[in-house]
Structure formats: C-alpha cells, structure tokens
Design a protein around this ligand. Sequence first.
Ligand SMILES: Nc1ncnc2c1ncn2[C@@H]1O[C@H](COP(=O)(O)OP(=O)(O)O)[C@@H](O)[C@H]1O
Ligand SMILES: [Mg+2]
Length: 412
Amino acid sequence: MSERISVVIVDDIPETREHLAKLLSFEPDMEVVGTGGSGPEAIELATRLHPDVVLMDVNMPGFDGITATEQLGLASPTSAVVMMSVQGESDYLRRSMLAGAREFLVKPFTSDELCAAIRQVHFREKEKLGRITPAGTSAPESPEGPRGQVISFFSPKGGVGRTTLAVNTAVALASGMGKSVALVDACLQFGDVGVLLNLNPRTRSVMDVLVEKGRANEAIDAALLSHSAGVKVMLAPPSPEMAELVTVEHFRRVITRLRETHDVVIIDCPPIFQEHTLAVLDLSDLILAVLTLEITSIKNIRLFLELAHQLGYTDDRVRLVLNRADSAYGIRIADVEGSIGRKIDHSVVSDGRKVVYALNRGVPFVWSAQQAQVSQDILAIARSIVEHAEASGAAAPGKSAKPRKGLFGRRA
Ligand SMILES: Nc1ncnc2c1ncn2[C@@H]1O[C@H](COP(=O)(O)OP(=O)(O)O)[C@@H](O)[C@H]1O
Ligand SMILES: [Mg+2]
C-alpha cells in the first residue's frame, strides 16, 4: 500500500479542481485519488476511497462544504477535512470547525500553504489514530466495587435538543429520583450546559482537570460545580481555543472517576464523530441517540446506527429518542420507524414556550414546570435509565463495555 497521503479534492469550479490537482501532483508524498464538484460527490468519494485528506470548498451550490463535512464525520471518520473558502469570515471558520474540519485555507493560498496544511492535518490525524487503537480495544475497567451508569446523549446533527434533554434528564434523576448525578459537557468548544444551568465555566471547568496524573482524581472532584437541583456539573472550557488541550485520555479519566463516585454520569456529546466522542461512546452503558422529525436528522441517525453496528455496539445499548415528536410537518413516527428499521424508544413533545423560557432563565424546566408534558416525557427517560441500571445489575463492571471492533484499527 502506498505511503503517500491520499487526497480528494472537492470544488464546484472545474478549473480550481484541476489547478489544485496539478499543484499536488508535484508533491512526491501526496496523491490525488479523486475529485468531485459537489457535497454529495464528496460523501460518495470519501465513503468509497477513505482518503487521508479531503480538500473541501466551503461554498458550493445546494449542499455546501459544511454540510458535507458534517456528514463525512460519519461516512469516513478517518478522513481529515481541509476547508477552503474565499471569504475569510470568522463565521465560516467557526461553522467549519464545528462541523469537524481540521484546517481552514483562505483563497488565494500558495502551493506551500496548501501542502503544509495537508501534511499537518494528516500527521496530526495519524498521531491521534495511533493513540486511539490500543486505548479503544482495551477500555479501562476498574475491577473493584460497583459503579454508576454512563449515559451519553448523542446526535450526528446539532440543534435537535441533545443538550436540552441531557441537562433535564440529569436534573430529573437528581431532584426527582434521588440519584447522585454527574453531568459532563463534552461539547468542548461550544458547550451550552453552563448556559442552561446558569453556571459559569470561568469558576470551574474541565480545564481544572489538566494536572499531572498523580492528582487526577482530586482534580476531577474539585472541577465539578454544584447545581442547586443536586447535579454535579463538569463544564466545557470557558473559550473554544482551550478545547484542544483536553485530550481523549483526560476524558477517559474523568468518566472513569465520575462513574465511581456517582450513580449516573450523563454526557452531552458533540455532534461530530471524532476521537473524543468515540471514547465517550465506548465507555457508555447507554447511548441515547436524539433525532427530530426532519429528513436530515432521520438520515443521519440511520448512518449513525450503521456505524454503531460496525463499532460493535449492540442494539440494546443504543436507544432512539425522538424530540419534538408532535411537530410533524408531514412525517409520521411510523414513517421514521420504517425508514430507520427500528422502533423509537422515547418521545419528547415540543413545547417551545416552556423550553425556551427555561433556557433563557437558566432554570431547567423539569424542575420549574414539573407537570408539563415535556417534563413528564423527560421523567420517563430518567425512569428508564434507572430501570436499565437495575436490570443490568448496576454494579457489573464492564458488562456493557465490550471491546470495540476496531473501526480505526483496520488502518493500522
Ligand atoms: N422539546 C422541545 N420543545 C421545544 N423546543 C426545544 C425542545 N428541545 C429543544 N428545543 C429547542 O431547540 C433548540 C436546540 O436545542 P439544543 O438542546 O441546544 O440542541 P443541541 O444540543 O442538539 O444542539 C434550543 O433552542 C432548544 O430550546
Ligand atoms: Mg448542544
């Protein structure tokens, strides 16, 4: 197999594609394995070729580079995206990075800048994958004593209500069911948990965990903020650029510690499929995959379920939560189930007034409006988490954390 960095070029202007391909043809360590002119083509090429790097134009008619990058995270998680744009606007940069792009080039760029960006993301990615493979196949398990349940809220798409559900489920478990609950904001760059709970990450956050290994547990305990509903909260860093200091290993340590000290650990995962997310999902007893009645959300969940299957997550470990279940704009729950080939496990109604009012006040609605249907739906999720813990014997260490089939290991 070639040692060269395989690159796919995606740009809607054919001359740009040719020009870039020509530039890269002079580099002995790179190989252009495909070119495409649209978002769907980018997905198709990446799924088929699994290139090391995808050079992606941000502005393409219809399905743009940002949407394509989001979906690439699922279709080919090992491909790193370098986004190209003519506008150097910070909004594009932010959205690209959120979607999972690793680098951002502003046109016009020089051949040196282009090659440097490709080499850099590729080597960074390779280093990360090297770290993932051994860690993923031997999930750390503490053999002694009972441990709490790790429950992650995941969705491959942002804006579906993941944070809202994670926060309110944590509060329901703590204040309504008397469980000791830790809530972790794993959306390291743009975490919203602090806003929903009116807690300030400048006071304490996951940044306080970054100490030498010997003091890790004390640091983790001290990094938690207490919310008056009884939840202990590990916030994301106060500003996005700090996020990259938090490694996957830090995350593993945090989760491993918190499940020793709490009945339930609730995690709000980022909507991108990167190594931190994978580490969290690997350690989860239950993955609550959140979707809404939108065609994009449904399609992405279907892709996620396929990936979950490849990763060796058993069906009973993944549950589907349909949020805003009554806001059906032409799509019925039965259609969703038919399309995904699975039953929806939980539904949560839409209640814009209660949810947004609670959000703006920083007070969770399950706490302030317990009788509302939306709160009752969350309580049902909380109850099912408790039932799951009881059914699985709660204290069976490692019971559900089966070694993952090496998705990334294939490349070793
Ligand atoms: N069940 C619901 N009813 C009404 N609005 C909701 C509901 N769930 C979430 N929302 C709103 O949808 C938006 C996105 O929710 P959020 O939890 O931030 O999503 P995510 O974490 O998936 O990006 C927020 O404005 C939130 O208040
Ligand atoms: Mg969120």
